[in-house]
Design a protein around this ligand. Sequence first.
Ligand code: ADP
Length: 346
Amino acid sequence: MTSKTHLFKSASTRLAATYLAVVMAVSFVFSLTLYRVLSRDIERSYRQSVNVIDRFSTFGMRPDNRQRMMYEQERLDTKQDSMSRLVNELLLINLAILVFGGGLCYLLARRTLQPIEEAHDALQRFTSDASHELRTPLTTMRTEIEVALMNDKITIKEAKQLLGSNLEEVDRLTHLAERLLLLARLDETELPMTTTTLDTVLQSSIQTTQQRLELKKQILHYTPDKKQITNITADLPSLAELFVLLIDNASKYSDNGAEITLTAVQKGDCVVVQVIDKGRGIAKEDLPHIFDRFYRADSSRTVNEEHGYGLGLPLAKKIATLHGGDITVSSHAGKGSTFTVTLPVM
Ligand code: ADP
């Protein structure tokens, strides 16, 4: 049994025991009250039955001492019978509550602890994924440096090549650290919301992604209309980052020279922004996972130039949620993807 399983098992047992103690305390108090009320009733009916034999004399019947004693014994037996039946039944009920309640309390305790267990699992997965992503570039750098150190006749050109490759890895590590920090910041702090327009946010994202699009000779279509001037409450840098992530992905997973479309329309008290590409698309089996931290479709892992850590979409989702909105995707492998962000308007 792993220490985690043991931890949650013993926590469940302790919680179930606490629940059961409360249930049994309530049941005990209830049984005691019931016992007092019913035993008083039994006592009362015992006392009332004393008069019955005396009433015989009013009908001219005179019971002798033996008959009186037999009758008295019968009354006592009936009373004791009723009392012991009452005690037995109350004990039986409490035993049933203990057995069934115990099982039920354990199930309830498991259910209570389940979200905590899931959060614990997610954190463990996250830590191990993050360590793995950190170790990979470090191992590459270490190997390259070791090989260079063993080479006594290393030329300046080779040394520069090595430094260039190392710098690339350092850039990747910096990028990963930035993403991790942003995720941690979004998990912990509240965003400073201000009033801005959707157009301001989108223009800022377009400006940030322009260079990347130009490198791949891709064109971004975005025609703002007056509806996009819509006022929204947002943390401008974070919301702009959300659209940067989506446009970046659209560019990353589309060919050189591809066209990407950005649309924004107001629907009721929401604005719907779409980032549409006609690129590689996402396979059906990957779709449910792409918003999970560190998830990358296999096709993305195999192509070197599209480097990433699978943290972009989880970040985008987090930012959308913190703005009271949501993000969804529809995609077909080989045909392209549409990411839809819905945000409330002011
Ligand atoms: P990264 O791009 O760094 O791998 P993301 O979290 O941004 O991480 O995306 C997760 C995965 O979703 C990517 O690895 C890729 O497989 C898939 N994906 C995201 N956006 C697109 C897109 N526009 N077209 C095709 N695949 C995409």
